[in-house]
Ligand binder design. Structure first.
Ligand code: NI
Length: 173
């Protein structure tokens, strides 16, 4: 089922999300939420989506850097923790909750992340390049942090002003 992606300005995007509780692992509800998130992400042509972006303040993200084209490479990270990061990379980033805006953001070159699967299994993945960037971006969402927060104050103000104008014209819902 497609979910509505909330846009910048909704307070849920600036909320520190709660962990998925132990009792929800392995449940059909959690599995169908994950399915909905992938479906919603692919439809929007994104490579990552965090639960707060569909209005659910839980520590759950889905990522597929293939964008649903060719061979899929699905990652589900529940209650993730970045346990190691190294180096740096600068690259263009966007966000499904801030459509139409892309900016260069500095991220670690390599990250190692511990997380749980929908069945509650503990996993650890090491990622670099685009996947490392996506993991950092999605993990930020769980802490109420957006890519705008990594920009200079000036750039952030310019984007905020543009979004305010879009909202006034009813083009930001
Ligand atoms: Ni995002």
């Amino acid at each position: 089922m497609l979910r509505k992606i909330v846009k910048y300005g909704d307070p849920v995007l600036e909320t520190v999300c709660d962990p998925v509780p132990e009792s929800e692992f392995g449940t059909p509800e959690l599995r169908s939420l994950v399915q909905d998130m992938f479906e919603t992400m692919y439809r929007a042509q994104g490579i990552g989506l965090a639960a707060p972006q569909i209005g659910i303040p839980r520590r759950l993200t889905v990522i597929d850097c293939s964008g649903g084209e060719g061979e899929r490479e699905q990652h589900v990270l529940i209650n993730p923790e970045i346990v190691f990061e190294d180096g740096s990379q600068v690259g263009e980033e966007g966000c499904l909750s801030i459509p139409g805006f892309r900016e260069n953001v500095k991220r670690p070159a390599t990250v190692r992340t511990r997380a749980r699967t929908p069945d509650g299994e503990r996993i650890e993945i090491e990622a670099e390049e685009l996947l490392a960037r996506a993991i950092c971006h999605e993990n930020d969402h769980l802490n109420g942090v957006l890519f705008l927060d990594h920009l200079s104050r000036l750039k952030r103000q310019i984007i905020r002003r543009k979004i305010r104008n879009l909202r006034k014209r009813g083009e930001w819902d």
